[in-house]
Design a protein around this ligand. Structure first.
Ligand code: ACM
Length: 531
């Protein structure tokens, strides 16, 4: 411990956190390494490396960003490009590793993180940080070889129904980065509000950004272009791409409140008006200018066509375009907008309803309707890449516990069901399974209106999602995951971050301040019947 005497406050706080876990670590001789997501291969070796304030980080110039982040996270004095005892981040010998793969070697005289890409080095650094913060400053010698199961490891945050500000989104990014998640999908527009500043359409944020799901008169809240660029850069440093979603032609009320001439009724855009397409194309151009993401999500879910049916202007549009039904008009709408995105060098993403319209090759499908396995099958048979986001188990607005009051109107997604992952129908063959890019957890926020409740809905399901998305088949085990999770939850507790505790479902829910009803909760007959 002599390395640690007389050090600065930051270092002390790191030491205290680690010291807390040292007690746990030494309580059992062969304590497991507390890593989440569990790496593909871990071999522990005899001996330890003592991390001290004098430890330096030496990195290839390619990895300067990752070295700086690691130095800061471990509260080391400085990082250096010189070789030396300590932590080395290098591409040497990593030529054969995959895009996000890394090797982490801890020896008695130092640590080497080897990767071909900065992303790989970043993931190796996350693993090293977990060895320190979840285990101890006395890092056991270890050889880790690691690479993800899925390329797309996403989390979606709905900032329309309730707005979550830049600071909160940064915290979400920090959590995602710690668990090696790599896509933050922001649901930026919906009926309740429009949350992104768009060049040339100030009405969208002056009018459309007002209100939320609990208070339609709430003052306007949105991300300015500058704030969003700052978030994009913060995420990019952590190897997370922010993927924007502009939902259409349904979920359009905030936009049509701002521009009533675009209103198609029943919360849709008017598909008959040329102005609608001009407007959405300009919005997409502005979005592509702000977001470097190669992917632009254009929604396409839950379109209520009832008022289209009755609208003579829409019927005329169908006649002149040669479309037999409003269902065909919806397909035309989404295909036209998807093609616009493709023509501008980006990949369109849509919710799985759009499969019905045979979108352009290259479009990515987000399969959310767990009760429509036929839609997943159709997407895969059509050759599309798919991200799995089925409501169960991927919707994080669904309650974690069937005894919770909101269980009456939702299915239940426990950390264990999230960990088990989406059920892929047996009929999907091996070649089609390879079209599955990955998975995403979706936090819709109709009822999520505070940061503590947001945290409670995220954790520990985000950790469970990350291991499901990262750790290879054959190595995932929920009981072991739960044991490894303990120090992570203890850290959240120390940091004042709320989380769902299945050992204390009442207390943990109450800690969010969200629930003030009678205790204990009683499960409704409806929710019991479903489980
Ligand atoms: C969705 O839940 N409407 C994608």
């Amino acid at each position: 411990m002599k390395h640690l005497v007389g050090t600065g406050n930051l270092w002390k706080s790191c030491w205290c956190a680690a010291g807390f876990f040292l007690a746990n670590t030494f309580a059992t001789a062969a304590a497991p390494l507390n890593l989440i997501p569990l790496p593909a291969s871990v071999s522990t070796l005899p001996g330890h490396f003592w991390l001290s304030q004098k430890t330096t980080v030496a990195a290839d110039t390619l990895f300067t960003n990752e070295a700086a982040l690691l130095t800061k996270a471990l509260h080391l004095a400085s990082s250096t490009n010189a070789d030396g005892d300590g932590i080395r981040l290098t591409a040497e010998g990593a030529g054969k590793l995959g895009d996000e793969a890394y090797q982490l070697e801890v020896g008695t005289h130092g640590v080497i993180i080897r990767a071909r890409t900065a992303a790989g080095v970043f993931y190796g650094s996350q693993t090293l940080e977990q060895l320190v913060t979840s285990n101890s400053l006395e890092i056991p010698c270890v050889q880790i070889e690691d690479a993800p199961r899925y390329a797309w490891r996403g989390f979606m945050l709905d900032v329309s129904r309730h707005f979550f500000d830049e600071n909160t989104v940064r915290q979400v990014i920090d959590q995602m980065a710690a668990y090696k998640l790599n896509r933050l999908h922001l649901h930026l527009t919906d009926d309740e509000a429009w949350r992104l500043e768009i060049e040339n359409y100030p009405e969208l944020t002056r009018i459309g950004a007002r209100g939320n799901a609990t208070d339609s008169a709430a003052p306007a809240q949105f991300f300015t272009r500058g704030q969003m660029q700052s978030l994009i850069a913060y995420a990019a440093q952590r190897h997370i791409v922010i993927v924007p979603e502009i939902d259409m032609p349904g979920h359009a009320s905030a936009a049509t409140r701002s521009f009533p001439q675009l209103d198609g009724g029943a919360k849709t855009f008017n598909p008959a008006r040329p102005e609608t397409y001009d407007f959405l194309q300009n919005v997409l151009l502005a979005t592509m200018k702000t977001f470097p993401s190669p992917w632009i999500h254009i929604g396409g879910d839950e379109v209520n066509r009832a008022s289209w049916e009755k609208n003579p202007e829409v019927r005329e549009k169908m006649r002149t375009t040669g479309l037999a039904s409003t269902a065909d008009l919806e397909k035309y709408f989404m295909n036209r907008m998807g093609k616009f995105v493709l023509d501008h060098g980006h990949t369109p993403i849509g919710w799985d309803e759009i499969v019905a319209g045979n979108p352009a090759p290259g479009t990515i499908i987000f399969w959310w309707r767990h009760n429509r396995p036929d839609s997943l099958a159709q997407a895969l048979a059509g050759g599309y890449s798919v991200v799995l986001t089925p409501r169960t188990p991927c919707y994080f607005d669904y309650p974690q516990n069937k005894a919770y009051p909101n269980a009456a109107w939702k299915l239940i997604n426990t950390p264990e069901t999230v960990y088990a992952g989406p059920v892929i129908p047996e009929t999907i063959n091996a070649a089609q399974r390879r079209q599955i890019l990955g998975v995403e957890g979706c936090l819709w926020t109709e009822r999520v209106d505070t940061v503590p409740y947001l945290q409670f809905m995220m954790m520990p399901r985000l950790a469970a999602l990350s291991e499901m998305a990262w750790t290879p088949d054959g190595r995932r085990n929920f009981a072991q995951f739960n044991a490894r999770l303990k120090p992570f939850l203890a850290r959240l507790q120390q940091q004042g971050v709320r989380y769902y505790d299945e050992q204390d479902p009442v207390g943990s829910f109450r800690s969010t301040g969200k629930y003030t009803g009678n205790l204990p909760f009683t499960a409704t007959a409806a929710s019991q019947a479903r489980n």
